[in-house]
Design a protein around this ligand. Structure first.
Ligand code: HEC
Length: 480
């Protein structure tokens, strides 16, 4: 028994007897809550099935009972909350990626499909086009009709839940990662936004406001002038990136640009594309002509969404690249990479129309190359300048002290910084070896990009960053 317990829970001080005792005690109340949930869920039309409700309720009851048992055992609520929210974060992020892949995947697929349809076959003049493909053990033949079918099929598939689920999971992530940690994750060093509450309010306002502005511009002002619309869009995008990097911390700024574009994309589906398809279906049912304006607008929005995908995907992975969001001119980097992404998308869209403008791809590549060079000039240059400065060896003791007080309050096995319950991202600096193992990350986060500590909460000075830098340049020797 002891051996088994050691494997499942290698925690020495654990008192399993008390835990199980607590678990038993918390079961009746949890079951009562579960019962309540059973009836509440029954009120929703989508969950009439007793079996499904029962499964949900049993799972919830177990979660509540375990939580209560942990609590009664003396685990502080903040610790429980921190652990639960980290795992929730993981699951929501996972879901967000899965549904996002499904959304962008179907969108890419239908774009491609439309461009590859066989349209010139004289034997199939009654069709808009058809296409043969082979995939996963079978041949598929897809036909696109010229108008609606004479009789609507019983089952007609729509593609909308991918978009809605991506937006919903994205918004939950925004809450979990940013709103719930607003003071460290959202506030910028500039101090323009003073309280977490203001930061969150501005975020919600921007998400809604940007959609309203975009929708208004598309519908009214720039209706027939595509070029003006594109120019205005790019300009607004750059302004938005600039504005956000001025008011928020750098990562929050990037993610908000992404969240705003994502919201526009999902709202395009919800407010324009799906209503147009509804109109198409209902007019087919009633044998009326569909509203052409709606279809045209839907097509436009669909094209916008198509161009938005590459910038949004870059923003979603940007948090792994601190040299982008952490740079001094991070808004410019965001804008330029997005333009390179949009150009690349444009090349493929033209290719789908059988226009081969190959020069676009190397141009996008060159834009990225110049961006890399320009944004790294300071890194290239500083190396030489410091060679003479670093004659005197920096002692490891000094380095360890800086890290202990400026980073170690959060990045420790047992963090002491209020509100941090576990070492963020598992990054720990307790021992000399920890520091050596993480040297690259320290350099990236605290020296090259100056994004750690978040919002400089522990007040690291320029001089201290310089000491860390020189120590690393001198070979990061712990025996100095
Ligand atoms: C106030 C608490 C706090 C302090 C102080 C702090 N950090 Fe962090 N650190 C965080 C949080 C929160 C994250 C996770 C951010 C995220 O979700 O990506 C993090 C993430 C990191 C990461 C992982 C980044 C990644 O995405 O992989 C590194 C490396 C890091 N910090 C280094 C440092 C260094 C070096 C210092 C000291 C100069 C420092 N931190 C000080 C809170 C802190």
């Amino acid at each position: 028994m002891e051996f088994f317990l050691k494997i499942v829970a290698p925690v020495q001080s654990y008192d399993f007897q008390t835990f199980f005792h607590n678990l038993l005690l918390s079961l009746p109340a949890s079951a009562l809550l579960g019962l309540l949930l059973f009836f509440i869920l029954g009120a929703f039309s989508g969950l009439k099935s007793k079996e499904q409700r029962l499964y949900i309720v049993i799972a919830t009851t177990i979660v509540i009972a375990f939580t209560a048992a942990f609590y009664n055992l003396g685990v502080p609520t903040e610790t429980l909350f921190a652990v639960y929210s980290e795992w929730l974060h993981l699951i929501v992020r996972w879901v967000h990626i899965i549904v996002g892949v499904a959304w962008i995947g179907t969108s890419f697929y239908f774009n491609w499909l439309d461009s590859r349809l066989e349209r010139d076959d004289p034997d199939f003049k009654h069709l808009d086009g058809y296409l043969w493909s082979v995939h996963s053990g079978g041949f598929y033949r897809i036909e696109k009709l010229k108008g609606p079918p004479k009789k609507l099929p019983k089952v007609l598939h729509w593609f909308k839940w991918e978009a809605y689920a991506t937006w919903i999971s994205g918004f939950v992530l925004l809450i979990l990662v940013y709103y719930l940690n607003a003071s460290s994750m959202m506030l910028g060093a500039s101090g323009i936004i003073l309280t977490p509450f203001q930061a969150i309010l501005i975020s919600i306002f921007l998400l809604i406001g940007s959609w309203l502005l975009y929708d208004y511009l598309c519908k009214n002002v720039l209706k027939d002038n595509e070029q003006t619309l594109i120019a205005t869009g790019v300009l607004l995008f750059i302004l938005l990136s600039y504005f956000l990097t001025q008011i928020y911390g750098s990562r929050a700024a990037y993610i908000h640009v992404g969240a705003i574009i994502g919201t526009i994309m999902a709202a395009n589906v919800f407010r324009v594309i799906i209503p147009a398809q509804r109109n198409l279906v209902s007019s087919a049912e009633n044998k009326q002509k569909p509203n052409l304006n709606l279809s045209l607008e839907a097509k436009n929005r669909s094209i916008h969404n198509n161009y938005f995908t590459l910038p949004v995907l870059f923003i979603m992975i940007s948090s792994h690249f601190s040299f982008t969001y952490g740079a001094v001119n991070n808004w410019l980097i965001l804008a330029v990479i997005s333009i390179a992404g949009i150009l690349t998308r444009h090349y493929f869209n033209l290719r789908n129309k059988k226009q081969y403008k190959f020069w676009i791809l190397p141009s996008a590549g060159l834009i990225m190359f110049f961006l890399m060079t320009l944004s790294s000039l300071s890194i290239f240059e500083k190396k030489d300048a410091n060679a003479s400065l670093s004659l005197e060896l920096v002692s490891f003791n000094e380095v360890q002290n800086i890290i202990k007080y400026r980073c170690g309050t959060c990045h420790a096995k047992y963090p002491t910084f209020e509100g941090i319950e576990a070492a963020p991202k598992g990054v720990v600096y307790d021992t000399a070896q920890d520091i050596v193992n993480n040297i690259k990350l320290i350099k990236a986060q605290a020296i090259d990009a100056e994004i750690m500590p978040p919002n400089n909460l522990t007040g690291i000075t320029k001089n201290e960053r310089e000491i860390l830098k020189v120590w690393i340049e001198q070979g990061a020797n712990i025996n100095n």
